[in-house]
Design a protein around this ligand. Sequence first.
Ligand code: ANZ
Ligand code: ZN
Length: 800
Amino acid sequence: MEKYNHKKIEKKWQKRWEIDEPYKAEDFSEKEKSYLLIEFPYPSGDGLHVGHSRPYIGMDVIARKRRAEGKNVLYPIGWDAFGLPTENYALKTGIHPKEVTKKNTDTFRKQIKSLGISFDWSREINTTDPKYYKWTQWIFLQLIKKGLAYKASVAINWCLSCKIGLANEEVIGGRCERCGGETEKRQKEQWMLAIRKYAERLDKDLDDVDYIESIKIQQRNWIGKSNGAEIEFRIKNNKSRIKVFTTRPDTLFGSTYMILAPEHKLVQELKSQISNFGEIEKYIDDTKKKTEIERTAEGKEKTGVELKGVKAINPANKEEIPIYIADYVMVGYGTGAIMAVPAHDQRDFEFAKKFDLPIKMVVCPHYPAPTCPVLDEAYTNEGHLVVSGEFDGMENDEAGGKITKFVGGEMKTTYKLRDWVFSRQRYWGEPIPIIHCDKCGFVAVPEECLPVELPDIKDYKPTDSGESPLVKAEEWVNVKCPKCNRAGKRETDVMPNWAGSSWYYLRYTDSNNDKAFADEKNLKYWIPVDWYNGGMEHTTLHLLYSRFWHKFLYDIKVVPTHEPYQKRTSHGLILAEGGEKMSKSKGNVINPDEIVEIFGADALRMYEMFMGPFDQAIAWSTDNIVGVRRFLEKVWRLQEKVSDNKFDFNILLDGAIKKVGDDIEAMKFNTAVSSLMILANAYDAHKNFSKENYSILLILLAPFAPHVAEELWEKIGNKSSILKEKWPEYDISKTIVDKVQIAVQVNGKVRATVGILVDEDEESVKEKAISNDNVKKWTEDKEIKKVMYFKGKIVSIVTN
Ligand code: ANZ
Ligand code: ZN
């Protein structure tokens, strides 16, 4: 017998697959379609990392199994290649981002191919290809047409070291998500996308999709839907009113002061009436230096300044109450103003304690109560209303709507989700297809002129003014206005790196189409994506943005479904041997090329599936990959035991087929691999077994270790590829075995044992216990008073 030579085998089969293209998906096939998706990689200069390959391999196992089950599988790949790291690398080395991207994608492609992943390469896409981003720009134009893209001056988070504006989601703890550097707020004209208009649907439609629960929760928190009321307060001796959003209108009688966000425009409007405006201005200045997280952190010392000289009037009890500005009230949420109810809101409570403001309890847990308790923190539970005029005695959850009506307010739903800042003042991104004209304003580039190609410029260093380096490409910038033909200027901001990934799964259905982003028929056949697996870190950004774009495309009737992805799961990270995060700076990154060289792609694949539960982070271990390699060698040696005589070995087979198949579909790859190991060991314990038996083992192994499975398949005399083999069927009745023996006690003494099935239901277990002959001896002339079953352990019978 030849030795298991992974290098020779893997090269041989990869070459064969390159020619035969067995992984090509077929548009409109009669077979059942199955669209499986992984997050396409950002081709960084560091090359593929063993962590990247884990989700690709996992989904590959599923793809291969489903093909064997006769499904028409689409499992595509491409490159999400615009973005800062490439641009920064280009700045450092002087190599153009285009070339950097080409080189990096070539490396990634080669590495991925060396793992034998069954991607349909004929549909490969690249977000930086003008043929692709033409359609990213086209979608932007449709958003403009529907009024969902607009320009606004907004306070953006400015990263001081990247010199780039960041969306709120890209700032983590006040720092830049990319470089970890400091950020500050800057006022800037930006293109915005009105994702808020879709907030309700983005929240509600999560009911219709099969995402793991933690992803739904994260999305819902991010959208931050909140039901409450808007109520207006009058200002004494002034026509202006202060509108607040509150989730607790039932507590209105307890509002003893109000707070405006420091940026609230009323603060400026009331200036002439305010006697301490200098102090106010200073506080506003101080607030600018703080991040939102600093401002709203729980338990943080409360600060604020009273607007001296103005008072508001509580519309419920007509009391005059003071007005403050304080940084814990945010201008972008609700109405940017609150009615403070210190007795029932903890932040207001802390503020009231500090500024010695009245704390008036209006919801009380004991009613009727002689006096309300003195609070040492806000009371946030249920109760009956007190000191609330005609509403006294009412249960508080009933009172909210009534009090709102009483003061002429209205019920209202708000969302935390902000509109999406869509401009970046950088070079390596999709140009925003807009021309500025002094006369006509912002004019959309006509669709027939797309794509607006990113010009090749030499100097793409960020400018100090904060404008995009594209301003320096004068020839490109100066164009005629498409409307009036006078001198105009191109928009120089580019799109954020989330743009190209917001619709890429649609392009895979028809990636070479140059008349549309995809043909209607292809979309109708393939969409929605049946299963999308990706990182937990993309739950609130990419996943939400692409759901938004999809819903918009659905509304303009160019995609057939209202959700893009039917199912979403997540994988865990691979950590370094010591359990730390792998990173270049720590020098602990494992390069898959080396592993493939030494152990083979099949061993790497199998190990990554075996190392631990797929959805959990796990540390790499080179020792453990050795064990997996030995297993493959065992399967290799088993070829010698295949014999012609019809010895059928089927004790474990049905169970193994069921277990491996079910586990693959549940992404329990690690237990699927252990079943394969148990099966191979059982084979090994026999002197001989039939070719049929060995064939089943190989077919089950093929999704995990496709190269060696193909080779062995050929070795036992098959002419066609194992990829053409059908996934084996099993006999369900043979997969159930009496597995557990449990004891039966009668009046506290063990009198018998009975065999039961692992999942046997309680009634049937009790029945077995009572009817057991040894048990009967002890219960014969007695009355059975009680039978208890402690699942999987013991049955206890009590008699009189
Ligand atoms: C009075 C009140 C009484 C409140 C009470 C709460 C409890 P969520 O659930 O997050 O939507 N609020 C409203 N706008 C705000 C802003 N721009 N910045 C900071 N806080 C703001 O929270 C809604 C509650 O947060 C609102 O209800 C308001 O305080 C506060 F016993 O109004 B509440
Ligand atoms: Zn014009």
